[in-house]
Design a protein. Structure first.
Lengths: 310, 458
């Protein structure tokens, strides 16, 4: 009884167990960031796990998926179409990283030049292709690249006297055509990033280089490039990721043809799922693409030190 | 040392602590939220089963990719109401041909409303041939149309048949004919009545050499379906096919190589020219310039290809039956079409089936379809209807139905496979390769079969 008597009496039936200020303070941040994690789980983690599960099944899009183990992955290994898609995607990635990124940097350098008139107008002009609907882009370039009546061949004929290039029908040339459209479409967008980076390079570095007798090229390689390393790394990685998932350009210009010679992996996935009703197979290709993009991006991140401070 | 009631951990029965306390505003909000959430969850889980609608007002979900079909069926409501006990209205959804099938599957997976009536473009039906999709989603018309017997052309049942069951009713008997510019044929002294493909190839080669004019067109652009279609029309007329009734590939045939050889030779001689696509700027430029003076194409091409692209050439064109192949074959082939299907196991299934049947496969409906949409009947008997004998001024007043009547009894069956799109993808590339001379016709056909085998059945 003595023990009972020492128990504190509840002051009210509504009284809750006492909560310390420190507990509330500890939980509050989690509550604030909870929406992100809920959305992340719902819209990222669950779809990824569902894709992995689906890749182990055979599913036509309705009904119960049939578990087939690793058969879809085995089929990918022997599918010549998937091999072509991988090689083509590699080419698109190379074009994006090795051609488009440097061209964007050069464009940005030109736009950053002192005394350039109508700088803003140039920026808009270079940026416009990125905001034009891909459908319009495809319509315009299918007319430009028309073998019989296209602008490209007409220009070639006018300048060089030859002009019957099958831009979208000849395998190698079709890849070149798609690469040109990528260049036209992406370079202006990437230029904006480089331009922002260039405008943050301290002017006194150039003045110091100039006093040391450095010319334009030496200033570019010794001042501009090192200063732009973080921006370049970001642009290179995002370009890689975009090119690895390229869909619009080959889908709208060549539909992956001729003979899958311009097919990308993203198109391969779309085709398997939405034209052939092979959702398990498409999911397996999607998982492969995801793993490759993830690993290479991580490698890029480590190599280029993205997000790290000295 | 009395024990204070405040020290009791468990209040005695009837004490104020056990009486229901009044709901606070916060509690009410919580309960309300929980109730709303539970209701939404239950609603999402499914709706209670509805009993079939057998008469009265019915609102049919109607999905199509073509406004023309929408208008046709809306105009057909009075006929349907006269023939049934229903009062119809249509809730129309329009989307791209491929998107309709994708949306149908997505709705079915989500357990949401699927359409009561859906127009499935012929190239999209193979997607529903995969697994048991057609059986699970579409009404089986087989018994419904049994009374029509052979009058409903088998050639137009075949594309929408799986395992012997008919899942859609075609919009057209799109027979392939030969379109020719009579004025140019006359100007260049070319005969318009050549009987065989060999003869027209000879005439065409000379015309190309003398006048830079082509008498045939093949597609070689980025639309893989069109690339295949140009070749397929000739192949089917020759007696070849892509798939048989069991969905098995039958491309490996002498006819396939022979027809491809014919096309390649035609391209070499200039008798045949290539365009990026059959409908856009490329073919329009060829037609307007007079470089294209003839082409084989399906019946609907007059409305969707010639008339929109070169209206100024009205009166100059004629159409005739295709030349024949010396090795045999058919009088024509069929290319294109849209099958109208009805959703199965829905409250409105019977109402929808009656609606389509009473507007789409009646003689009156098919005459109206011809006059409104220019699509040819799928009922053989309707071809003899005098109401179809309408002169077409674009073809110099020609009664085009006369041409179609003459060949409708010799249309080959057109079977599809769940792997049809794979064949289109692989064959298109090899056809282009053969057209360019990178492969011989035999190599191209063999290569297409090998690629198909490599990709099919995944």
């Amino acid at each position: 009884m003595a023990t009972q008597e020492t128990l504190p009496a509840p002051t009210s039936t509504h009284t809750r167990p006492p909560r310390t200020r420190s507990t509330t303070a500890t939980r509050a941040p989690y509550a604030f960031i909870a929406p992100f994690y809920v959305l992340f789980v719902l819209f990222m983690l669950v779809p990824i796990l569902a894709s992995v599960y689906l890749s182990l099944t055979s599913w036509v899009g309705l009904g119960t998926p049939e578990y087939v183990g690793l058969r879809n992955y085995g089929n990918l290994l022997t599918d010549s179409s998937f091999h072509k898609a991988l090689v083509n995607t590699l080419i698109y990635v190379a074009v994006a990283v090795v051609v488009i990124v440097p061209v964007s940097l050069l464009l940005a350098t030109a736009l950053n030049a002192r005394g350039l008139r109508a700088r803003d107008a140039f920026r808009v002009v270079y940026f416009v292709p990125m905001v034009v609907s891909p459908i319009i882009v495809a319509l315009i370039f299918s007319l430009v690249f028309d073998q019989n009546y296209g602008l490209a061949n007409a220009a070639l004929k006018a300048v060089f006297g030859v002009g019957s290039v099958d831009w979208l029908g000849q395998p190698t040339v079709a890849k070149v055509a798609i690469s040109l459209v990528m260049l036209w479409r992406w370079s202006g967008y990437l230029t904006i990033f480089f331009l922002a980076g260039l405008q943050n390079v301290p002017k006194d570095l150039y003045e110091a280089a100039s006093l040391d007798g450095a010319g334009w090229w030496r200033s570019f390689t010794s001042v501009t490039l090192p200063a732009l390393k973080p921006v370049t790394a970001f642009v290179a990685v995002t370009s890689f990721i975009s090119a690895a998932q390229i869909f619009d350009e080959p889908f709208l210009l060549t539909a992956g043809g001729p003979s899958d010679q311009t097919l990308s992996v993203a198109m391969f996935i779309y085709r398997a799922a939405f034209q052939r009703q092979q959702f398990g197979y498409a999911a397996a290709a999607g998982v492969v693409l995801f793993v490759v993009v993830f690993l290479v991006s991580q490698a890029f991140n480590r190599l280029l030190g993205i997000g790290r401070t000295k | 040392m009395s024990t204070s009631p405040r020290l009791h951990r468990v209040p005695p029965p009837g004490s104020p602590a056990l009486r229901p306390r009044p709901l606070s505003r916060r509690d009410a909000l919580r309960l309300g939220g929980l109730g709303a959430g539970a209701s939404a969850l239950l609603a999402a889980c499914g709706s209670p089963p509805s009993s079939p609608v057998t008469s009265g007002a019915v609102d049919l979900g109607f999905w199509t990719h073509d406004e023309g079909y929408q208008t046709f069926f809306e105009n057909g409501i009075p006929d349907a109401e006269a023939a049934t006990d229903f009062r119809y209205s249509l809730d129309v959804t329009r989307a791209g041909a491929a998107d309709l099938v994708t949306k149908l599957l997505a709705q079915a997976v989500a357990g949401r409303d699927t359409p009561d009536v859906i127009g499935i473009e012929i190239g999209q039906f193979p997607r529903l041939q995969r697994g048991d999709l057609a059986e699970r989603l579409l009404y089986d018309w087989t018994d419904h149309v049994a009374a029509l017997g052979d009058d409903l052309l088998q050639a137009r049942r075949a594309p929408y048949t799986k395992d012997g069951k008919l899942y859609a009713l075609d919009s057209d008997t799109p027979m392939v004919v030969y379109y020719l510019r009579e004025d140019l044929f006359s100007q260049y002294g070319l005969p318009t009545d050549v009987g065989s493909w060999d003869e027209i190839a000879q005439v065409g080669a000379k015309a190309a050499a003398d006048h830079d004019v082509a008498l045939g067109v093949l597609a070689s652009g980025s639309d893989l379906g069109q690339i295949v279609q140009g070749y397929e029309m000739l192949l089917r007329q020759r007696g070849g096919a892509f798939f048989d009734a069991d969905e098995q590939l039958v491309l490996d045939s002498p006819e396939a190589v022979e027809v491809l050889q014919f096309a390649v030779d035609g391209l070499r001689s200039g008798f045949i020219t290539t365009v990026n696509d059959f409908y856009g700027a490329s073919v329009q430029a060829g037609l307007k310039s007079g470089r294209i003076a003839g082409m084989w194409m399906a019946s609907w091409y007059s409305a969707f290809g010639l008339k929109p692209n070169v209206p100024e050439q009205s009166g100059a064109w004629r159409l005739r039956a295709l030349p024949t192949w010396s090795g045999g074959g058919f009088a024509t082939a069929a290319a294109g079409g849209t099958g109208f299907a009805v959703g199965v196991d829905q409250p409105e299934t019977q109402a929808a089936a009656d609606f389509v049947a009473s507007t789409w496969i009646t003689p009156e409906g098919q005459v109206r379809r011809f006059t409104e949409l220019t699509y040819l009947p799928t009922l053989r008997s309707v071809f003899d209807s005098p109401e179809l004998e309408v002169p077409d001024e674009y073809f110099g007043g020609q009664q085009v139905i006369d041409v179609y009547r003459g060949i409708v009894d010799d249309v080959p069956d057109y079977y599809q496979s769940p792997d049809s799109s794979i064949l289109t993808d692989v064959l298109s590339g090899h056809l282009i390769s053969a057209y360019r001379g990178d492969e011989t016709p035999a190599q191209a056909i063999k290569g297409a079969i090998e690629d198909f085998t490599n990709q099919a059945g995944r």
